[in-house]
Design a protein around this ligand. Sequence first.
Ligand SMILES: C[S@@+](CC[C@H](N)C(=O)[O-])C[C@H]1O[C@@H](n2cnc3c(N)ncnc32)[C@H](O)[C@@H]1O
Length: 339
Amino acid sequence: MNIPENSIINFSDFISSISDGQLSSWAANLPKDIQCSMAPDRWGDMPTWEQALRSLPEINCSKLDLKNGVFIGQLGDSSNTEIKYLEQSLMKLHPWRKGPFFISGLHIDTEWRSDWKWDRIIPHISPLDEKLVLDVGCGNGYHCLRMAGEGAARVIGIDPSIKFIYQFYAIKNYINQYFHQTKVNSQILVDVLPVKAESLPKKLKAFDTVFSMGVIYHRRSPSEHLSKLWSLVKPGGEVVLETLIIEGGLGDQLKPKGRYAKMSNVWSIPSIETVLCWMEENKFKNCRVVDISITSFKEQRSSNWMKFESLSNFLDKTNSRLTVEGYPAPIRAVFVAEA
Ligand SMILES: C[S@@+](CC[C@H](N)C(=O)[O-])C[C@H]1O[C@@H](n2cnc3c(N)ncnc32)[C@H](O)[C@@H]1O
């Protein structure tokens, strides 16, 4: 039986694959959590997304490279007509925020250059070879695929935004086609599940590396989020936290009144010292900041695949150091620590 019933996305194989071993306590709750988060009455557009996934065309995929980007197939694998049809099918899942993806020569030019974030993170973390990895708030799973490209044994992403889950399975469909067509005798184990971090069992302590990127400022209690991450990672494992930050000292944090850069659900943007203090209070060891970067109009922008407003509309037209609400413009930092 599919979970939820009749969906083209089938989580049953994933659930049986974790029903023995270190993730078994999670397997018991998952069917109920998935059913609840994918309840059709919560998502009016769900039939369109289901239909988009069902109508994806089969195309040739002669190559797979997840190490240098997300490249599935290559130019020349498909005719112009096939590419046009592929483009129209994937466009039904607009807006595409995280990427880019390249499928059989089609460039899904997403709002974000998520590959730039990955390039900033990867030199600073422990190798992912053979690791069990969790990506909390993974969006459409772009970084999950890059984690697999780094050799992770298994990557699990979680995100409660259901359209992103459909985007992930649209992309995964072509990875499956690559393995099916080329008969290459290996697989990549990457799954994205429609659940929130809070619904994972207490004290799972199973993952070698846990990522939380772009999530903590959306959480009402940053400390609870960090404590959750700590409870998910194995003793000695690593947590990679990426967040918006402000300039300032220990204890400083911006609590926007109303929106921040037109986002409605930003609760708190801390200084670096404040994040390090929160991490230490939550029992993390060797907490360090490894990257700080100002988000540029090249990294976040509208495109054909994300036609809505983007960073240039979120900043003050006369002073790009401020958001339209008068707050400091987005700066992001990456923190690494051990449990
Ligand atoms: C800014 S996006 C970041 C996506 C991706 N991690 C990245 O860095 O590009 C934040 C994501 O966190 C997800 N999210 C929000 N609350 C969450 C929660 N409680 N548990 C897991 N994910 C959550 C949102 O649905 C959204 O996709």
